[in-house]
Design a protein around this ligand. Structure first.
Ligand code: SAH
Length: 272
């Protein structure tokens, strides 16, 4: 396949920085991403930010079906042409944050594979993991620091880490050097894989309430849990009693709690 630079130039186009366009062109790296997702012929795949279709080619060859979403209207004709030879790829023009995967996959299983702009990594994860039709596996290129934050353990937890680890198990698969992208980004990248749990930790209807507790806990960085949780608007003695029942010292800080502890605390506060 032609280099993305050449493909764009042929159409008189330039990469759009405002859309986070950093294209991958190295076949080894593209193959590594597809391998990280363990794509098999029975898999349905959602590709986000298909660009000029470099990753789409690899996915089309490995998967049973690919839905490739791309926001930039300039790239749609180019992308259509690049993948015209595959009958298992559907190109969708739109903003992933305004689209719902159940339109394409219903209740069926699907995997997400994406090299997307880093400024919407968090929003995309929230949209996919918090949605009704959740993927089974997500493989995404992310800023290396984000991969490290997402995979952190108790002691270094953050709202982002809890937001991912509530749904599944994240793993940093490998680093990608900046030179693997064109244009070359300023930051280091990594392949992040998230395996979602088969059984949700809480019913979908309670996710919002759960994250209200977590957000309250993280409200002010240096403060103890017992102080931060007051922003929930519950009486102080109720919060202290809940922490005691959950077996969590109120003097601890939010970054030391595991997801299990957050779920326990939420349960004591709102479920019993
Ligand atoms: N996957 C391609 C392109 C990566 S660049 C490759 O690896 O080479 C990121 C792509 O995401 C760009 O094509 C950009 O236009 C697209 N994009 C940016 N925001 C998007 C959004 N909200 N929804 C869908 N695609 C988006």
């Amino acid at each position: 396949m032609a280099h993305p630079k050449e493909l764009l130039e042929r159409h008189g186009l330039q990469p759009k920085q405002s859309l986070g366009q950093n294209f991958l062109f190295d076949d080894n790296i593209l193959a590594r991403i597809v391998e990280a997702a363990e794509i098999a012929p029975e898999d349905a795949v959602l590709e986000i930010g298909a660009g000029v279709g470099t990753l789409t080619h690899h996915l089309a060859r490995a998967a049973g079906r690919v839905v490739a979403v791309e926001l930039d209207d300039r790239l749609i004709p180019l992308l259509q042409r690049e993948i015209a030879r595959y009958d298992n790829v559907t190109v969708v023009h739109g903003d992933i944050l305004a689209l719902s995967p159940d339109d394409w996959f219903g209740d069926g299983a699907y995997k997400v594979v994406a090299n997307v702009p880093y400024y919407i990594t968090g929003a995309i994860l929230k949209h996919l993991l918090g949605g009704r039709s959740k993927p089974r596996v997500v493989v995404m290129t992310v800023q290396k620091e984000v991969a490290q934050r997402v995979t952190a353990g108790p002691g270094e937890m953050s709202l982002l880490a809890v937001s991912v680890q509530f749904y599944g198990e994240p793993r940093l698969v490998s680093d990608i050097k900046a030179g693997a992208f064109w244009p070359r980004p300023e930051v280091n990248s990594a392949i992040l894989r998230i395996d979602l749990y088969d059984e949700p930790r809480l019913p979908l209807a309670e996710e919002a309430a759960f994250f209200r507790v977590v957000k309250a806990g993280f409200a002010q960085k240096r403060k103890q849990l017992q102080k931060n949780l007051r922003s929930l608007g519950l009486p102080r003695d109720e919060i202290d009693a809940a922490l005691a029942r959950a077996g969590i010292a109120g003097t601890r800080r939010a970054e030391t709690l595991s997801v299990e502890e957050w779920v326990r605390l939420y349960g004591v506060l709102y479920r019993s």
